[in-house]
Design a protein around this ligand. Structure first.
Ligand code: ATP
Length: 214
């Protein structure tokens, strides 16, 4: 089985997340995508962070009517900050050898990976699927970024996949551009604006009922 791993703060999950993972599932031959909210995002200041349980509930509600998506609380169960390298190891030991994992990252998160714990080991642990976000970055820019900040020796194959002799491939996926962020959602709520159409209906109702992000 091929499974995508899609982690995030999901504070809250929005239609950008849901839209791009549906595209990736359909176009990257994945049997399932597992969404896992982070407990303590090591990279983000936790301004106005909804509780882990609320974020988990919103993620579950957002994908419950979609086929082939699962939600895991694996990072919420662990103590301390959530590091991706540990999460990948844990998923591998829980699912066993029959599952091939692929890590899904928005391009902003991908460009941040050099600052992550054991970054190079992550590229030695799983193939990556990078979902282009915002302005499109050309393959030449990806190539120089990978060469300078990830590892020497990656080569571009088939227009959008970087392959390496000792590390896993990095595939750049041209997902539909959906300019929504959780920050935008939280800011709109704070200033009394509607978030209708920007988050799944379940999430909109959940936020309103629980009075989140005010
Ligand atoms: P915030 O605005 O609070 O920083 P965010 O909208 O970036 O949040 P996260 O939960 O941090 O959402 O994102 C989880 C993952 O989803 C990251 O890999 C991020 O790059 C990706 N992602 C989020 N929104 C989009 C989008 N609109 N298009 C493509 N990828 C996205």
């Amino acid at each position: 089985m091929d499974a995508g791993l899609f982690g995030g703060t999901f504070n809250p999950i929005h239609n950008g997340h849901v839209g791009v993972i549906q595209y990736v599932k359909a176009h990257c031959a994945l049997d399932t995508i597992i969404l896992y909210p982070s407990a303590l995002p090591p990279h983000k200041s936790n301004v106005n962070l909804a509780s882990a349980q609320d974020r988990l509930s919103m993620v579950k509600g957002a994908v419950k009517h979609l086929n082939g998506f699962q939600v895991s609380d694996i990072e919420l169960q662990r103590q301390g900050p959530s590091f991706t390298i540990d999460t990948i190891s844990q998923f591998k030991s829980v699912f066993g050898n029959d599952t091939r994992f692929h890590l899904l990252l928005g391009s902003d998160a991908f460009f941040d990976t050099p600052s992550w714990k054991q970054a190079r080991q992550i590229f030695g642990a799983v193939p990556m699927i990078v979902m282009q976000r915002g302005e499109r970055t050309g393959m030449a820019s990806y190539a120089s970024f990978i060469d300078e900040h990830i590892a020497k020796g990656y080569k571009l194959k088939n227009d959008n996949i970087f392959v390496h002799d000792g590390l896993f491939p990095i595939r750049i996926c041209n997902v539909p551009r959906i300019d929504i962020s959780s920050t935008q959602i939280r800011n709109r709520i704070k200033s009394g604006k509607s978030i209708s159409g920007l988050v799944p209906e379940y999430v909109e109702t959940f936020i309103r009922t629980k009075d989140l992000y005010k």
